[in-house]
Design a protein around this ligand. Structure first.
Ligand code: AHR
Length: 508
């Protein structure tokens, strides 16, 4: 059996992991809100109608920030419909559903508090105006004394929400987006929105200081867009001095009708890495053009596996229909684990990540209306890494084999190493995308003497195995016998074919 050497030295770092890289996303789409996080008639519902079983699972995932209310939904959404006593029922033209507006901004803020997460709001840049966007900032963040801030107080929130993270629209490069714009049109509109949102927030000029807003400008919806990466360059040339992050989105899918379906799917993590690489370079280019010393970072605020080619089975205009309720397989979890490794390995550039989405809609948590909830296969790598892979990402050098996919050459063994100096832990996440087991020689140098504290493995003989309501634990990680650490730095592991492994070591 071939042995793969992986080497990491504590002094050779990539960058600090921003905790927000473990964020997620709730959109008014299908049953993400209604029947997902909010179901007043559910047996576990609290006084605000929030499902406590779901809150428990969200806490287990250890998500620090949640993006809301869309997604495509936000580009036709009037936030005023979702506050106060009169809540009109509207047609949602993004998902062809009916939106009752029973749940809106104030409910989301309460839910965030209950879940212990920070809100990341998105404003409507499709049908919405710069004025609407600024007024939502006023509603959320202005202390009092104006009609809108007093309205929030009347609606129960005496103190301002002080929302810091704001997305200026969603996927504005997509023709499917309500109010889609060209890069030039959007770039100009985004600058005006950013300026006026900041002024509303009490920032004297357009540059950040103190309690400033963190603004995310819409980047490419995916690297297959004809406008990629010109969209990003043009939008950034307009907005660079005014924003903090460039948004990027990417979903991958297993397609059985491809020539090499498995390889193409397993190449996802490396393709995601290439996508980040292009936008990292675009940011550097525009920064130089602006003669700027400020860094704008990447917000990978939608990523996941998504069976986009699955047909819709629900009628249009239904309220909270079953949409995008992908049931994830074991191999989906392997791809999601590789994508997480990619985010970690780009910790210097990617400072926000949102697993899209959180509940029911392409999500790690599935619920029944009025009933049970279960953890999907993709739940596990996320939960382990969000709890433990913190601190700093350390660069790895690997002798892994490679394979060919539709995206080009990908690594068979895909790894990330993280060093948390506060907790004194080193965490290694390893995916073996190979069809054979592989022996790993892991050399973790300059961390201090290490001993293994936790070793977990996810493997399954059926790549298409799933968890279900009746069998919620069919695909779960299992604890393994701890490996010994030779000389405090060398560890030998055997990774089964098609597996994800998680190793936590403590510095003695
Ligand atoms: O997450 C589902 C959808 O995917 C979002 O609404 C949109 O932003 C993206 O295309």
């Amino acid at each position: 059996m071939k042995r793969v050497k992986i080497f990491a030295d504590a002094n050779l770092t990539v960058g600090d992991v921003d905790p927000n890289v473990y964020g997620s996303f709730i959109e008014h789409l299908g049953r993400a809100v209604y029947g997902g996080i909010y179901e007043p008639t559910h047996p576990t519902a609290d006084k605000d109608g929030f499902r406590k079983d779901v809150l428990g699972l969200v806490k287990e995932l250890n998500v620090p920030i949640v993006r809301y209310p869309g997604g495509n939904f936000v580009s036709g959404y009037d936030w005023r419909d979702g506050v106060g006593k009169n809540r009109p029922t509207r047609l949602d033209l993004a998902w062809h559903s009916t939106e009752t507006n029973e749940f809106g901004t104030d409910e989301f803020m309460k839910w965030c508090r209950a879940a212990g997460v920070q809100p990341m709001m998105a404003v409507n840049m499709g049908t919405g105006t710069v004025e609407n966007a600024a007024r939502l900032v006023e509603y959320c963040n202005h202390a009092g004394g104006t009609t809108l801030s007093e309205y929030r107080r009347e609606n129960g929130a005496k103190e301002p929400y002080n929302v810091r993270y704001w997305c200026i629209g969603n996927e504005m490069d997509g023709p499917w987006q309500i109010g889609h714009l060209s890069a030039d049109e959007y770039g100009k509109k985004a600058v005006e929105a950013a300026k006026v949102m900041r002024w509303t927030n009490g920032e004297a000029d357009s540059l950040p200081h103190g309690e400033e807003l963190k603004l995310v400008v819409s980047g490419s919806s995916n690297p297959e867009m004809d406008t990629f990466p010109e969209w990003d360059r043009i939008v950034l040339e307009h907005t660079y001095p005014y924003v903090d992050y460039l948004s990027m989105h990417r979903y991958y899918e297993y397609k059985a009708d491809r020539k090499r379906p498995l390889e193409d799917f397993l190449g996802s993590a490396d393709d995601m890495n290439a996508f980040i690489g292009t936008l990292r370079a675009t940011l550097q280019y525009v920064r130089a053009k602006h003669r700027s010393h400020r860094r704008v970072y990447l917000s990978f605020d939608e990523w996941n596996v998504w069976r986009q080619s699955a047909p819709r089975t629900e009628p249009i205009w239904k309220q909270a229909p079953h949409l995008l309720e992908d049931v994830y397989t074991f191999q989906d979890a392997l791809v999601a684990a590789g994508m997480l490794n990619t985010l970690l390995n780009n910790a210097d550039a990617v400072k926000i990540g949102c697993l899209a989405q959180l509940v029911n809609v392409i999500a790690p948590i599935m619920t029944e209306n009025g009933g049970r909830a279960f953890r999907q296969t993709i739940f596990y790598p996320f939960a382990y890494l969000s709890r433990e892979a913190r601190g700093t990402t350390v660069r790895t050098f690997s002798e892994s084999d490679t394979f060919e996919s539709m995206y080009g050459t990908a690594r068979t063994v895909n790894e990330a190493v993280n060093f948390d100096r506060e907790k004194n832990t080193v965490v290694v996440s390893l995916v073996n995308y190979g069809q054979k087991a592989v022996d790993i020689e892991l050399e973790l140098r300059s961390f201090g003497a290490l001993h293994a504290e936790q070793y977990v493995e996810m493997v399954n003989s059926n790549l298409f195995a799933t968890n279900t309501f009746d069998c919620p634990d069919a695909v779960t990680p299992r604890e393994k016998e701890l490996p010994s650490v030779r000389g405090g730095s060398k560890i030998f592991l055997r990774l089964p074919a098609m597996s994800w492994s998680f190793l936590k070591c403590k510095v003695q």
